[in-house]
Design a protein around this ligand. Structure first.
Ligand code: FPP
Length: 247
């Protein structure tokens, strides 16, 4: 069966045990392009197509949340032309895909330090979030200028300040309150995290949120991560015994 034909959930997957929230670290766009003798930016373009298809696939198969790591706080260290290209690419995608996201019932939100992004990108972000806020098919979260340590420190500062001004007592700080101050507040933690391209690290992504997440590494480069690769990943996920630290 070709990847394109898998519009309904493959029969060897159990609908009741699908992850409710999938997160992806989309790695390998540059290597994919290099292997084909193409510029890195072509790899990023192809990566967008892979992401679009994964989003549609999650929706088709009944997965209610997808979070994708599009740009980390460390990615500013890339060559200026690549960073500029990515910022323009993000902006274009949002403009180009908004109508379709609305049609397909996608609610899009963004996590990260958005205030430091180009103002034109911030405007597209704001518009796409406002336009899709009531959509219910799937919640698509895009991490842009995101770094988990930065997020955790931001929460610490907010809570410390709340204690300082007497808004809360020190003893009131617990996991639930901490969670409410994360960028991801309101969404359940990912059940399943996928990283492509053979790299086996977390790269400062959702460190708090993935405490009990199942992690899957695949050597496949992100632009080649299609529905059949996702199917394989989900079979692996369904073969795991999630005990959350219990016996
Ligand atoms: C990692 O590959 C990929 C990125 C840094 C960018 C990924 C972004 C997208 C696919 C666009 C998503 C956008 C939106 C707004 C929905 P790499 O460059 O690190 O590859 P390499 O490790 O092979 O060099």
């Amino acid at each position: 069966m070709t990847a394109k034909l898998l519009h309904t959930l493959p029969s060897d997957l159990d609908q009741a045990r699908l992850p409710r929230h999938v997160a992806v670290i989309m790695d390998g766009n540059g290597r994919w392009a290099r292997q084909k003798g193409l510029p890195r930016i072509i790899g990023h373009r192809q990566g967008v197509d892979a992401l679009k298809d994964l989003l549609r696939c999650c929706k088709d198969w009944g997965i209610k949340a997808l979070t994708a790591y599009a740009f980390s706080t460390e990615n500013w260290g890339r060559p200026t032309e690549e960073v500029d290209f990515l910022m323009i690419l993000f902006e274009r995608i949002l403009r180009r895909e908004l109508a379709e996201m609305c049609r397909e019932g996608v609610r899009i939100t963004f996590v990260g330090d958005l205030a430091s992004l180009p103002t034109s990108l911030q405007a597209e972000i704001k518009e796409s979030m406002a336009a899709t806020v009531n959509n219910q098919s799937i919640h698509f979260t895009v991490a842009i200028n995101y770094g988990s340590r930065h997020e955790i420190i931001k929460v610490c500062r907010q809570l410390a300040q709340a204690v300082q001004i007497g808004e809360i007592k020190l003893e009131q700080i617990d996991e639930a309150l901490f969670q409410q101050h994360l960028y991801t507040s309101g969404e359940i933690d990912p059940d399943f995290l996928i990283r492509t391209s053979g790299e086996m690290r977390l790269s400062n992504f959702l460190l708090w949120q993935i405490a009990y997440t199942e992690i899957y590494f695949t050597p496949t480069l992100w632009p080649d991560f299609d529905r059949s690769e996702f199917h394989q990943a989900l079979l692996d996920y369904q073969g795991r015994d999630r005990r959350f630290g219990k016996a």
